[in-house]
Design a protein around this ligand. Structure first.
Ligand code: SAH
Ligand code: SF4
Length: 352
């Protein structure tokens, strides 16, 4: 380990915890959050001696290595090596009108859904708040953007965010705080496999973030076959918690539904999804996700026509539905493909 790596990480939160006088603290926070500085040397309005002092005592970034894998469709998968050697991933998704990042909350995932490559990895550990937030800062830096230019965050990378809620909620508060990134909570979406008490705690946290529920099956029998936690949490209990979240936040809820051939793609299941939503008067939107294949996956995706048929049934039932064709499939960056693989061309990024 080099001496640099032994430096503790500067966690600029709260701003008061930064070194120096009040004015200096605000200057450093501004450099990190608004300008995206990754080294103290970049903070050119700090006296040179102070910069050197800070450089010797602290480091800004969590990561020992950041590797970028650009996809042909413009998205970029990032592989981060953490200071304990563990790895996690995030994805940069540029759209015409906005720039989105998909962040991880854990190394691997303890849930182990059958269709998900992250689940097949097993569980490494929880990420710290700063490790979650730093994925966004590192991506912005690599893309040549100020962190504040990234307007949308989806917590849909590796891991189950509600199983690391404390860290996720601290990271989200940093994103929202005006002295940090100043993001709108409406542009932050947390995706969960469905843990009722976690959903209720999220509502109590009152962060104002959008909720996405990975439903994937409306009936317990099917859901239990593909999602291990479904054995502990029946669909009805999850839906009640989601309805409470909706009542409290008034934010439209997204239901994610990965289309698996012969498992969850029958028309009766689409009607049942509609019943669950309409029965609770949740303003919702269903995202049908074509299955993204990965090596060794024990399930297959529903063919296009089957996906369209399922979508038609939902629409007929009055549920707004979109088919979400994933991006980044060629570099393993798409939903459920995050599995720490180095794929495709590597744009090496030596800066931390
Ligand atoms: N653990 C959380 C968030 C991360 S997974 C959750 O499960 O919601 C993000 C989304 O990708 C989830 O909706 C998940 O079900 C979906 N997903 C997982 N594996 C997939 C795959 N192979 N193809 C398509 N979507 C997948
Ligand atoms: Fe974990 Fe979500 Fe993958 Fe299930 S789908 S294993 S909860 S990351």
């Amino acid at each position: 380990m080099s001496p640099r790596e032994k430096r503790p990480i500067l966690e600029p939160w709260p701003i008061e915890a930064l070194p120096g006088e009040g004015f200096r603290k605000r200057q450093i926070a501004h450099w990190i959050y608004k300008r995206g500085a990754r080294e103290f040397d970049e903070m050119t309005d700090l006296p040179r001696a102070l910069r050197r002092e800070l450089e010797e005592a602290w480091r800004v970034s969590e990561f020992d290595l950041v590797q970028a894998f650009p996809s042909a469709d413009g998205s970029v998968k990032y592989l981060f090596t953490l200071k304990d050697g563990k790895q996690t991933e995030a994805v940069y998704l540029p759209y015409k009108d906005r720039k989105t990042v998909c962040l991880s909350s854990q190394v691997g995932c303890p849930v182990g859904c059958t269709f998900c490559a992250t689940g097949a990895l097993g569980f490494g550990r929880n990420l710290t708040p700063w490790e979650i937030l730093d994925q966004l800062l590192a991506i912005a830096h690599h893309q040549g953007l100020a962190p504040t230019e990234i307007r949308n965050v989806v917590l849909m990378g590796m891991g189950e965010p509600l199983l690391n809620l404390e860290a996720v909620s601290t990271a989200v508060r940093r994103m929202i705080d005006k002295n940090a990134l100043g993001m709108s909570p409406r542009r932050i979406t947390l995706s969960t496999v469905g843990i009722p008490k976690g959903i209720r705690r999220l509502a109590e946290e009152d962060l104002g973030v959008k909720l996405a529920l990975s439903l994937h099956a409306p009936d317990d029998e099917t859901r239990r076959k593909i999602i291990p936690t479904a054995k502990a949490y029946p669909v009805e209990a999850i839906m009640d918690a989601v309805a409470d979240y909706f009542k409290k936040t008034k934010r439209r809820v997204t239901f994610e539904y990965v289309m698996l051939k012969g498992i969850n793609d029958a028309p009766w299941q689409a009607r049942e999804v509609a019943r669950l939503i309409k029965g609770r008067r949740i303003v919702a939107h269903v995202n049908l996700i074509p299955f993204n294949p990965w090596e060794g996956a024990p399930v297959e995706g529903t063919p296009r026509e089957g996906i369209r048929r399922f979508a038609r049934v939902l629409e007929e039932e009055g549920i707004p539905t979109t088919v979400r064709w994933s991006r980044g499939v060629d570099v393993g960056a798409a939903c459920g493909q995050l599995a720490l693989k180095e794929v495709g061309p590597l744009a090496f990024h030596p800066r931390r």
